[in-house]
Design a protein around this ligand. Structure first.
Ligand code: ADP
Ligand code: MN
Ligand code: MN
Ligand code: MN
Length: 416
């Protein structure tokens, strides 16, 4: 289902939606080279000469053929992809896209003596990296992964999430995912805008939603990914510069059910592809700089069911929050690796060991927006998931919990 733009929490309700752990330990500014020397050290310098490359990219495609980039999630939660040529007629609908396979022994997803992993197409997007003007579209295909006998791989977290959402389609659960990410020079040690081997001279404060060359770093990445995601058909609802210099955010959604995971995963793929072009290193690790007063990165998850969006929905929201509170630890366990470094109770987070909820409280685990309180209906925000959290796991787990048995009331933590 495609949803219109949502401007308020519920006024429009009746009209309607890992990179897993960074390859390094977040040891802050003292860490040595984090990932070998895979990338050039020439920071932010795009590796392609557009004049040379366009000689090839400008060539027309055969009219009856399209390219299909099959994207999947690997054992570490990162996206991988490979490309094939398909008859244009077959690529128009999900149902006619063929399954494919890859060598799982090269991605830690299958043993060498039985290495084939099956890719099942789940969701189709337009390919923003290979646009064409002949009326056809090349495509990106989000896939999930199976053994040859049809068993979902352990890394196929989409499968379980889909089972949960299939049980509760009548609830029309919407998710808005806020994806924060941190950009580094290709040395993987120096966040964009930071001095090498040092800290910014000014503390956090001027950078959030900022403008100006002394405040805003990497806007070209966010701008490029914004446009590419919209072109692809991802429902990007906005972007903003973040509190830590070099950190940014985009929001995906609201999307219905399993589609939130599909869209978010594909947006991460697109973000990485763009960082490749710009030769900037991007990590979703939740606490890239541990030492000092620097915000971590999250994947705040905004949630509403049909009943929450309807009149009187605030009572449904509160009940859902009590259920989430009762299962706090279970949720924390699947909300991303390294999250304990981020959920400290400082830097706009609640401590990992405490479950707090409140209206307009950014130090809470769960926040109810001011508008939702005033309107008496709308949505809530789970602020706990980390930036590298698996969106299929997070959305599926939330759905499962809020559809579960009632839990005891919890008093709100509001600053009055
Ligand atoms: P914040 O104030 O926390 O930074 P953002 O504006 O970054 O909030 O993100 C809010 C997200 O919530 C957006 O993706 C938005 O589309 C989504 N959203 C809005 N209304 C709803 C709703 N009723 N249910 C779920 N998500 C919603
Ligand atoms: Mn936000
Ligand atoms: Mn944010
Ligand atoms: Mn938020």
């Amino acid at each position: 289902m495609k949803l219109g733009l949502i401007f308020t929490s519920c006024a429009l309700a009746s009209t309607a939606s890992a990179f897993s752990p960074a390859p390094f330990v977040a040891s802050g500014r003292t860490s040595s080279s984090l990932n070998g020397n895979l990338l050039s050290t020439e920071t932010g310098k795009a590796s392609l000469d557009p004049a040379v490359f366009s000689r090839y990219s400008d060539l027309p495609y055969p009219v009856d053929r399209v390219t299909a980039e099959y994207v999947w999630v690997d054992a570490a939660g990162n996206t991988r992809s490979k490309t094939r040529t398909l008859p244009a007629a077959k690529a128009k609908k999900l149902e006619t896209l063929p399954k494919w396979n890859f060598d799982g022994s090269s991605t830690d997803q299958a043993p060498g003596d039985d290495s084939e992993v099956i890719l099942r197409p789940c969701r189709v997007f337009r390919d923003p990296f290979h646009p064409r003007d002949d009326g056809e579209d090349n495509i990106l295909v989000m896939c999930d992964t199976y053994t040859p006998d049809g068993t979902p791989l352990p890394s196929n977290t989409r499968y379980n999430a889909e089972q949960v959402f299939k049980k509760h389609t009548a609830e029309e659960c919407w998710f808005g995912l806020e994806q924060e990410f941190t950009l580094f020079n290709t040395d993987q040690r120096t966040p964009l805008g930071w001095p090498e081997n040092g800290f910014p001279t000014r503390p956090q404060g001027p950078y959030y939603c900022s403008v100006g060359p002394e405040n805003s770093f990497g806007r070209h990445i966010t701008d490029a990914m914004y446009k590419a995601c919209l072109y692809a058909g991802i429902e990007l609802s906005g972007t903003n510069g973040e509190v830590m210099p070099g950190q940014q955010e985009y929001q995906v959604g609201p999307c219905v059910g399993i589609d939130a995971g599909d869209q978010l995963m594909m947006s991460r793929y697109i973000l990485q592809r763009i960082c490749e072009d710009f030769q900037v290193y991007c990590t979703l690790f939740p606490k890239p700089i541990v030492d000092g007063d620097w915000n971590g990165a999250g994947m705040h998850t905004n949630v509403s069911t049909k009943n929450m969006r309807n009149k009187g929905g605030i009572e449904v929201i509160k009940k859902a929050i009590y259920k989430l509170g009762a299962k706090h630890q279970e949720h924390i366990e699947v909300y991303g690796t390294g999250n304990e470094l981020r959920l400290t109770g400082k830097h706009e987070t609640a401590n990992i060991d405490n479950f707090l909820y409140g209206v307009a409280n950014r130090g809470a685990s769960i926040r109810i927006g001011r508008d939702t309180e005033i309107d008496g209906c709308g949505y809530f925000e789970d602020r706990r998931p980390s930036s590298n959290a698996d969106p299929y796991v997070v959305t599926g787990k939330i759905m499962d919990t809020i559809m579960g048995p009632d839990a005891p009331e919890i008093a709100p933590a509001n600053k009055s």
